[in-house]
Ligand binder design. Sequence first.
Ligand SMILES: [Zn+2]
Length: 438
Amino acid sequence: MKRELRLAILVAAILMTAFILTVAVTEKSNMNSIREYYSTQQLQKTADSNISLPAPSKDAYEFEANKVTVWIISILWGMAVPAFFLFSGLSARLRKWIDSKTSSFIISAALFFLIYSVYSFLLNLPLDFYSGFIRLHSFGLSNQTFAKWVSDSLISAGISTLIGTIIVWVPYLVIRKSPKRWWLYIGLLSIPAMTFMMYISPLYIDPLFNKYIPLKNKTLETEIYQLLDKTTIGNCQIYGIEKSVDTKQMNAYMTGMFGSKRIVLWDTTMNNLDDKEVLTIVAHEMGHYALGHIWKGILLGGLLTIIGLFIVNKVSLWIIAKSGGTFGFTKLGDIASLPLLFLVFNLVMFAANPIINGVSRYQEHQADTYALELTKDNYSFSSSMIKLHQTSLSLPNPGPVYEFWVYDHPTLKERVDFAASYKPWEKNKPLEFREYIK
Ligand SMILES: [Zn+2]
């Protein structure tokens, strides 16, 4: 390994340590200021005198600290797993062994991916089990049985391993045929791939985890379709999903494209909120469709993939050039470079998180605006937000660094404050999204 590479690793380690310390300090001071605020009063005043944010429970503080810690560990672990495979020479040895068994490029790439996926799955298992099962039960957030957790984990790892094993030769073939431009071609290919996945997910993948169920509350169903008629969305199905087998938390989401378009309500949401509150949540999801967030997300995702892979290419080539042969391969087109690509990709994604989440927060705010304009029910909007956050043990707001890096939605406090003041219809001002509301 050459001096430049050792130096780069040292600088990265110092930057990461500084980052972790900053997160720790800002989180602590944020929690202290929230505690201090509530020590004088039970409720946090919002701009609307009708609605206040109740004091977070003791569990909410603990869960927040736990979330941040697990987040940091998962970032470091996400880099350590491919780094170990790479720096220990395991990657080159595995490729050599596979090469002694087969001369087919496609089979050897598939076999390498399959074995690497099993290695990565096993090493990630303890953290996944802790974060996805143990701690959710210990905070009383989960209803999931151990058997369901195992089957969900195996199904999701199975799907991604299967897809990766089948297609991994494609990027490697493109890297070999066009070492200078592969990042562009793969980035462009990611757009139809994401569109295809978005179309088939609700039809074939989501039902493997949870059952879609028709809405039992027929009055609510009628009200939802009446609300849908007021939008410009057109054909869109409304489903419930049996999430109560997994969680006590509440949520809703929109998924699918073209004929598979649907808004999906967790049954926990319908069981715990009143109809008016559910309608404001559905209106928010309708906002995502009306404002074209799915196709915008895919186009932006494609653009970010192109830029991201461009950087991955540059950085990976530099690392290989400065590795001095430590890894046992000298070309990016060698399948043994897979852990290197994953490692650099994880680094780039970590750096890009604030951009991706910033865009998401912007779109979520637009969907909130749309929901308020469509329902004009600011009170139910805020009360549903408060209940959703309470059952998820969220604080009104996190520390600034964690928010900037991780939050893909505005904070609870921002959303409730916004709902308290945003009433253009009372001031005879035009609605921001009037063209998307009939
Ligand atoms: Zn949303």
